[in-house]
Write a protein that binds this ligand. Structure first.
Ligand code: ZN
Ligand code: ZN
Length: 486
């Protein structure tokens, strides 16, 4: 059965909750939500479109013919302008209202009639492919269902309504009576709804090396049911000291493929989809990415990170990026001596946390350097001084050792960070930021870096890309290819 997903930003949720519940005489109230529909197919996953709320239009007095605590009559003529906007801007129509006095959180029979009427008008103007997303608020909790003009009386159920603020709240989940045996110990720590939340979210892991392989296997074990693994790289012998789920005989096999086979062999009912290409070179990869609720960035690739750092805003995603850095000196015997080694976990939500550019993880200089190395691999061996003086390239010369316990530890903290978003349990000192946590494996301490205070940042401060329509090209970037709308 097809079940779509709905995403609201924290600001939209607060705005709607305030409007709907603050009628001076506690009458029913309504609002329009315009949704962007992300409906790109992912092989191996069930069809589940993402409807991202783009704009809220409150139904002020001029919309209302009459209202009371138990009913709301809307002036249907007011819808004409909204139908037109949906048509022009390729948006889907949402209608939200509340039931202030009813005891149950269920749609009423009157709601059935109203929804079919709105959809009838909408299909008449914009065609039968149009959707109507109906949402109901009761005691701070959302419920939703979808209809399409092709079959107005049929209800398309909604898997969940996610509200992304500085954490993730999922509404409308159906919690089964039975607990899952495998996840009982986890349920003991976080409760049953937590496990249901994990099983409802689609998660993408980009890069299946030391950190990504550990994350992918851990996500499957903690109960994520829909995993997308993206990596164009093949396994080399030197990876075997730290990549989970791979064997010596897997040498020269694609890393995403190895992990997918391994996770499937665990028998945990995980649906794993793979894209055996690098994200920034893969139309299929970007389409699969857009279908995910949560993204783990586990690549050293600046272009890939830059892409995910934009995608999190366009696609309203939770993005957890990680990386390791270090410095290796020589000891008195002339042997390598690890003097610095740190793992970073950056947790960025569309309306919370500094973006990777403001966190200084990506920069145009670093992107330029990486592109240069792609064309001339020998540049990677040069120190930063030579790169700067002879090639006008900034950066480089950084050392990132590849040691299993450190990559795995960083990955595990990243998965725990994801869990903290679903069920906040951390009680951390005010010096630590949620969006940027470093683990220093040499001195064994934890700290955060303050981001750049750039009020001009189009990503995390100006929010210019937030749930923005991509137009014809993926992420509005022609090199990422033309979007195939169905
Ligand atoms: Zn109603
Ligand atoms: Zn920023």
């Amino acid at each position: 059965m097809i079940k779509h997903r709905i995403t609201l930003l924290g600001s939209q949720d607060r705005d709607l909750q305030g409007w709907l519940s603050e009628h001076p005489e506690h009458h029913e109230r309504g609002a329009i939500i315009l949704f962007l529909r992300l409906a790109r197919k992912v092989e191996g996953q069930e069809v589940s479109d993402r409807f991202l709320a783009v704009e809220v239009i409150k139904m002020s007095d001029d919309w209302v013919l009459e209202s009371s605590p138990t009913h709301l009559k809307i002036n249907m003529r007011k819808f004409t302008d909204v139908y037109l906007r949906c048509e022009i801007e390729k948006l889907e129509l949402g209608f939200v209202h509340n039931h202030p006095t009813s005891l149950s959180i269920d749609f009423s029979s009157q709601d059935d009639i109203n929804e079919r009427n709105i959809l009838y008008g909408l299909s008449g103007c914009n065609g039968k492919e149009s959707f109507l997303i109906a949402m109901l608020l009761k005691n701070g909790t959302w419920k939703a269902r979808i209809r399409q003009g092709t079959a107005p009386s049929e209800i398309i159920p909604v898997r969940h309504i996610s509200v992304i603020s500085n954490n993730i709240k999922l509404h409308g989940l159906s919690i089964p009576d039975q607990s899952q045996e495998i996840l009982k110990r986890q349920e003991a720590a976080f409760g049953k709804p937590f496990n249901v939340m994990l099983s409802s979210l689609r998660v993408a892991v980009i890069g299946l090396g030391g950190t990504g392989s550990s994350i992918a296997t851990m996500l499957a074990r903690v109960g994520v049911r829909e995993l997308i693994l993206i990596d164009g790289d093949k396994l080399e012998k030197t990876n075997l000291n730290r990549i989970h789920g791979c064997r010596v005989k897997d040498e020269n096999t694609n890393k995403a493929k190895i992990l997918a086979d391994y996770i499937e062999s665990l028998g945990l009912e995980t649906s794993v989809s793979i894209v055996e290409e690098f994200l920034d070179e893969s139309e299929m990869g970007i389409d699969a990415l857009s279908s995910a609720d949560v993204v783990f960035g586990c690549t050293d690739d600046q272009l890939g990170r830059d892409l995910m750092n934009q995608a999190l805003y366009y696609y309203a995603q939770v993005y957890i990026d990680m990386g390791l850095t270090g410095f290796i000196d020589l000891d008195i015997e002339g042997l390598p001596y690890l003097r610095d080694h740190r793992g970073r976990i950056s947790c960025i939500l569309p309306e919370d946390g500094a973006c990777l550019r403001c966190q200084r993880v990506i920069s145009d200089d670093k992107i330029k350097l990486q592109q240069a190395i792609k064309h001339k691999p020998e540049l990677a061996k040069l120190d930063s001084e030579t790169l700067k003086n002879e090639f006008y390239l900034i950066g480089g010369g950084e050392q990132a050792p590849g040691v299993g316990p450190f990559t795995s530890a960083t990955a595990n903290i990243a998965v725990a960070t994801f869990m903290n978003l679903l069920k906040p349990y951390r009680d951390i000192s005010i010096e630590l930021r949620q969006d940027n946590i470093w683990f220093d494996f040499v001195h064994m301490n934890t700290y955060s870096n303050e981001p750049i205070d750039n009020s001009e940042c189009i990503y995390c401060r100006q929010h210019l890309l937030l749930v923005k329509s991509e137009g014809n090209y993926r992420l509005e970037t022609p090199s990422y290819g033309k979007i195939k709308y169905d």
